[in-house]
Design a protein around this ligand. Structure first.
Ligand code: ATP
Ligand code: MG
Length: 227
């Protein structure tokens, strides 16, 4: 599904990603790492919003490294989701649908139902709570039926009570759509509730680990070494 390898990226003199890569198959994979470790940068490179200096991105066997975001068929829920303020919820969700309208309408209805959005379709984004904004943002990413979905701490602004309520809903929707997901978080509990597999961003590289606990152990050791 997704195969990224040898990604190198720096901002000015700061090397953010050294040799980052991962494989994502039919699973929800948590990508865990501390603040500033390069998780969002990695996701933006996969989505095509940011260009890496080196490295390759393959999706379903196709080389996407030099393609613009709209040709990659990657769903992306950014860390600070911005909805279109002048459009109501329905129009926000349908924003990404252009081709294949008929198929997408059915998917749209299913997504709206599964994420319990039918009562708020006529509302404006400013009228929504943070939790509903996240739901709309996820719906908008799912409706065009992307090959893979990238979620960058989509619930980071919410308290743990709301997150615990929403995570199982999100997981169920993603499993129903059978879509491979890379889910960025730095929350232990959230990663365990959400993910089937785990990876950790460690000093510019991504390592596969067997559990969230192992990821946090690696992070802790690295942080101690650099202090
Ligand atoms: N557009 C940019 N210009 C310059 N530096 C940047 C830019 N984007 C990110 N950085 C730097 O790159 C590093 C990695 O940032 P990134 O946002 O990828 O980290 P992150 O792991 O997502 O952090 P967080 O957990 O806080 O979201 C940081 O030091 C950040 O300051
Ligand atoms: Mg980030």
């Amino acid at each position: 599904m997704l195969k990224a390898s040898g990604i190198y990226k720096r901002y000015g003199r700061e090397i953010v990603l050294r040799n980052a890569g991962l494989d994502l198959n039919s699973e929800i994979k948590a990508l865990i790492g501390i603040n500033g470790s390069g998780k969002s940068t990695f996701l933006k490179i996969i989505a095509g919003i940011v260009q890496a200096e080196r490295g390759e991105v393959f999706i379903n066997g196709k080389d996407m490294t030099r393609l613009p975001p709209e040709q990659r068929n990657v769903g992306y829920v950014p860390q600070y989701p911005a909805l279109f303020q002048h459009l109501n919820v329905e129009k926000n969700i349908l924003y990404g649908v252009r081709k294949n309208k008929k198929a997408s309408k059915a998917v749209y209805e299913k997504v709206v139902e599964m994420l319990a959005l039918s009562d708020i379709l006529r509302k404006q984004p400013r009228e929504l709570s943070g939790g509903y904004r996240s739901r709309v943002s996820l719906a908008r990413a799912l409706v065009p039926q992307p090959h893979i979905l990238l979620m960058d701490e989509p619930l980071s602004g919410m308290d743990i009570v709301v997150r615990k309520k929403m995570l199982p809903d999100f997981r169920q929707v993603l499993k129903e759509f059978q879509i491979p997901v890379l889910y960025v978080t730095h929350d232990h509990e959230e990663s365990e509730l959400m993910a089937d597999s785990f990876a950790v961003m460690d000093r510019g590289e991504i390592r596969s680990v067997v559990s969230a606990a192992e990821a946090f152990e690696i992070i802790q050791n690295s942080t101690l070494q650099t202090m």
